[in-house]
Write a protein that binds this ligand. Structure first.
Ligand SMILES: [Mg+2]
Length: 180
């Protein structure tokens, strides 16, 4: 069982689940006013100082990080509707470290929790999403419009991709796409 040119690919962090909230609560448990995005984390936080880099890594590697991500409930429902009609695959980039297996297990548990056992068999863990066959990729990452791939990008609107042009966008609070 593999994705085909007609499959719908769906990202997890920032698309189905709220990565940012968990990250900010872990990194700044006493200051909830901080609201870094995952791209602030990767692009800025890690480069500012060794102390910030260390605390950032500690936060992401902390126990049950991925299991504690809350669902974007309307997107969860929207993707269930897609599963009922299309061959849907979850495509997610796991962190590469000794913590990888924990991350993989927690992400699988999240998919199983919301979509059941069969859907949990259809997760692809890769940072090379362009290599996965599909008709569409639904994802919040700003770079999905630059990637040369067989699928068309559908950008999940988030503050970190607000300035990126994408022909097809989807709103987390009211998810719908013409033709899907
Ligand atoms: Mg994402």
């Amino acid at each position: 069982m593999k994705p085909t040119n007609n499959s719908i690919l769906v990202d997890m962090d920032g698309t189905l689940f709220n990565f940012v909230d968990v990250f900010n609560k872990r990194l700044y448990p006493h200051n909830i006013s901080n609201n870094l995005t995952q791209y602030d984390i990767l692009g800025t936080q890690l480069e500012q100082s060794i102390v910030k880099a260390h605390s950032t890594i500690d936060a992401i590697f902390s126990a049950s990080f991925y299991a504690d991500e809350s669902p974007h409930t309307k997107m969860i429902t929207y993707v269930q509707n897609l599963i009922n009609q299309f061959d849907v695959w979850f495509v997610t980039a796991p962190i590469s470290s000794y913590h990888r297996e924990c991350c993989v297990n927690e992400k699988r548990a999240q998919i199983q929790r919301f979509y059941g056992w069969k859907a949990a068999q259809k997760i692809i863990y890769t940072s090379e999403k362009h290599k996965v066959l599909g008709l569409y990729l639904i994802d919040d990452h700003p770079n999905i419009v630059e990637i040369q791939a067989g699928w068309k990008p559908i950008m999940v609107s988030q503050v970190w991709n607000a300035n990126i042009h994408c022909d097809i966008r989807i709103d987390l609070r009211n998810p719908q796409v013409d033709g899907l």
